[in-house]
Structures are given as C-alpha cells and as structure tokens.
Design a protein around this ligand. Structure first.
Ligand SMILES: Cc1cc2nc3c(=O)[nH]c(=O)nc-3n(C[C@H](O)[C@H](O)[C@H](O)COP(=O)(O)OP(=O)(O)OC[C@H]3O[C@@H](n4cnc5c(N)ncnc54)[C@H](O)[C@@H]3O)c2cc1C
Length: 378
C-alpha cells in the first residue's frame, strides 16, 4: 500500500464513521467473476462511473451495499504514486507486504456478515473471539487538537472501563454495567469532539476579514467581562449510564478534587487518601443517624464497599474519613448544588447526590440496583 496515491479518503458525511470501504482485486476478470458471484447472492452491483474511477485513481470499479449497510467497492488497476509517501510530521509508517492492517466493523448479525465475507467475497477467517471487546483511547476515537482532549478522552475511557470490569469480574455486577461503558462514553466523546471542532473552526479562520472581525468580537467580549471560562467547564458530564435517576441532583458530574488535611495533620489531594473507590462525601449538615441507617442497609444487602469522606470546615475530628478542606473547592461546589451528600464513583464521576441525607437510602438503593441490574431501574 505504500505506493498508493492515498489510503484514507476523508469526506464530509451526514454521520460519523466509515461510509465506504474499497477492496482491490487482481484484474478485470476478477471484477467480472466477483460481479457474477454477488448477483448470484442476490446483491445489486453497480458499475462505478469514469469520474469515480478517476477520483480513486483506479482503472475499473464496481460497488454494492455490504451486509452492514456500508458501501463496498471492488477495484482493479490502481495507479501508483510517483514516489513513496513521506510524512511531513516525520512519522515512519511502512506497510510493505502487510497491506492495510484491519478494518473494524460492528454488527449484531455476526454470522450473516461472516457468511457474506467468506462465502461470497472469498475472505478467510483468521480467528474469532467469543468475549466482549472494549475500545478506548485513540483506537476508539480521534479528537482534533484544539481543546487538547485526545489523551484526556482516552484516560477518561480507561478509568471508566477498568472499575466496571473489576466490578463485573470480582464484584458481582451484571452485564448491564459493562453495557454502560459505551452508553456513557459515546455521547461524551461526540460532544467533546464537536466542541473541539468548533474551536478549530474559530481558530483556523482563513478569511482575513472574517478573522479580523472574530478578533474584534473576542477582544470586545473580553473587555466586557474579564472572567474567562475554564476549559473544564466546556467538558460535558455523563448524560446516561451508571448514574442516579433524574430525581437526584449532580448526576454524572466530575467530583471536584480538593486539597485536604486529615485528622493526623497530613495534607494531600483527596484521592491520594481515598484512592479510586466509591466515596460518599458528607458535609457537616448531613444527619449522622440518617447516614448510618442508609449505610447499614446498603451493607446488609451486600452492596459494594463505600468509603466515607466527612468534610469539615473547622478542626478535623479524630476519626477515620474526616478531612478539612484547604481550598474550599469541594465544599463550595456542594453548597452551590445544595447537596448534603454525594456518591462518587471510582472514576471520579458522581453517581448522584442528595439535598437531604434522609434521601441517602434512596440514592444507595438506586446505585445497588443499577449495579446488579441496570435496566431494572428507571
Ligand atoms: C502532536 C500531538 C499533540 C497532542 N496533544 C495533546 C494534548 O495536549 N492533550 C491531550 O489530551 N492529547 C493530546 N494528543 C493526543 C494524545 O497524544 C493521544 O490521544 C494519546 O496518545 C492516545 O493514546 P492511546 O494510548 O489511546 O494511543 P497511542 O498513544 O497511539 O498508543 C497506541 C500504541 O499501540 C501501538 N500499536 C499500534 N498497532 C499495534 C499493533 N498492531 N501491535 C502492537 N502495538 C501496536 C502503537 O505503537 C502505540 O504505542 C496529542 C497528539 C499529538 C500527535
């Protein structure tokens, strides 16, 4: 493939993802033989136009709709590029005899797809996997650089996946918990990527007049309000998945990370004390007996372990889980949302909160039901 004029063709489409896949066949005879086989299998085959062949720099092409609804093209006689591709970024990427690599397609009708690719197109099956696959990081999505979110997305994917895998493998969580990985990550990544693209559109304005207008508008906005927007405010929370029902506040937010001092006088970021666990963050206002009752019911039902974080404004009492906040960042956030308690997940997203500790039982019950069978809860 190294001599192909191009390997990927990026074009504007209505939906994200791959819209066309092209496969090279040996020659004109092979195209004709494949056309006969496809027609015998009841598939409509269309001959590519001269213009389409010109665009692809191939001598001949036919196309049809594959079993996954993706336009599939078969071509022969590709023209070679006059010289081998040299990346302006200095990336060394040689495929040699190894060809393209792989194409990943998702389908609920696996056998139908395998039958088509093997029996009709003549592919061979190299291996199969009967366990679920999870993609994360750049393998699952690419993000334009304008919000510097590529790696951040990948780390959020990873931290969202690993606790769910552990909960499933060791904590008895149902399959539905694993399904929430895609439910949570896909809309989140789509929104962040759209925001990054919008930033790119603003930054990369190539029309000088439009750029000057943009600069003037931005400078005027800055002069009117010197308060900027911090980047975290542009990153959306979770809109679904393993989060509390809608009646609970702060579902799917990122838990602010404060600097704290524990009762022994040691100072650190909160998660350096707690690790990546389920944390129940409690303010001074949360009624102790309501908290104790909710937790003892959760434990009696065999619920997942919950670590307590008692946030204090003044002196820190000598008890496990008591912390004094140095910067007030978490307390201010709790007070902004009028929450006496919040349940945070191991990946630092909030499951949800309660305005009154008396509702903690409902919050923990919802979390435990979603853990054992997510779909059971509305
Ligand atoms: C110039 C630049 C600037 C960036 N700036 C930022 C930023 O400011 N903030 C931010 O959050 N992100 C940024 N990113 C994005 C960030 O670097 C990526 O999102 C992140 O590195 C992706 O991590 P990953 O582990 O998912 O994939 P990768 O880092 O691509 O890791 C994949 C690994 O798999 C290996 N591999 C591939 N195929 C095979 C195979 N068949 N067998 C074995 N190994 C294989 C590769 O060699 C590689 O080591 C930037 C990226 C670039 C290029």
């Amino acid at each position: 493939m190294d001599q192909h004029p191009f390997r990927m063709w990026l074009t504007e489409a209505e939906t994200g993802g791959v819209t066309v896949i092209g496969w090279e066949v040996r020659d004109h005879t092979a195209i004709e033989a494949m056309t006969v086989r496809l027609k015998e299998a009841g598939i409509d085959v269309t001959v590519g136009t001269e213009e389409e062949c010109q665009d692809r720099q191939v001598a001949r092409m036919v196309h049809f709709t594959g079993p996954l609804g993706i336009r599939t093209e078969l071509f022969c006689g590709r023209r070679l590029a006059p010289s081998q591709f040299v990346s302006p970024l200095g990336v060394d990427f040689v495929t040699g005899e190894q060809g393209l690599g792989h194409v990943v397609m998702r389908t609920p009708h696996v056998q139908e797809a395998v039958d088509f690719y093997c029996d009709v197109l003549g592919f061979r099956l190299s291996d199969t996997a009967d366990y679920p696959w999870f993609f994360l990081g750049d393998a699952a999505h690419m993000t334009p650089p304008f919000l510097a979110q590529g790696m951040c997305q990948g780390i959020r994917d990873a931290s969202g996946l690993v606790w769910k895998l552990a909960a499933h493998l060791r904590g008895g969580a149902g399959d539905h918990l694993l399904d929430t990985y895609q439910q949570e990550r896909e809309p989140h990544v789509v929104q962040v990527t759209a925001a990054a693209k919008e930033f790119g559109r603003i930054i990369c304005e190539r029309d000088e007049l439009a750029a000057a207008r943009r600069d003037a508008e931005l400078l005027a906005e800055l002069a009117a309000s010197a308060r900027g927007t911090i980047r975290q405010s542009l990153i959306p929370g979770l809109s679904g998945g393993f989060v509390a029902p809608e009646r609970f506040p702060v579902r799917g937010h990122i838990l602010p990370q404060p600097q704290v001092t524990d009762s022994a006088g040691r100072s650190a970021l909160l998660d350096e004390f707690t690790g990546t666990t389920f944390r129940l963050v409690l303010t001074d206002e949360a009624d102790d007996s309501a908290v104790a009752a909710a937790l003892s019911k959760h434990r009696a039902e065999g619920g997942f372990p919950v670590q307590l974080v008692h946030l204090h404004q003044g002196a820190t009492p000598a008890r496990q889980g008591a912390y004094r906040e140095k910067t007030n960042v978490l307390s201010a956030w709790l007070s902004e949302h009028s929450c006496e308690a919040v349940l945070a997940r191991p990946d630092h997203y909030t499951f949800g909160g309660v305005h009154d500790a008396a509702d903690l039982d409902g919050l923990l019950t919802a979390a435990w039901q979603r853990w054992t069978r997510v779909a059971a809860v509305g």
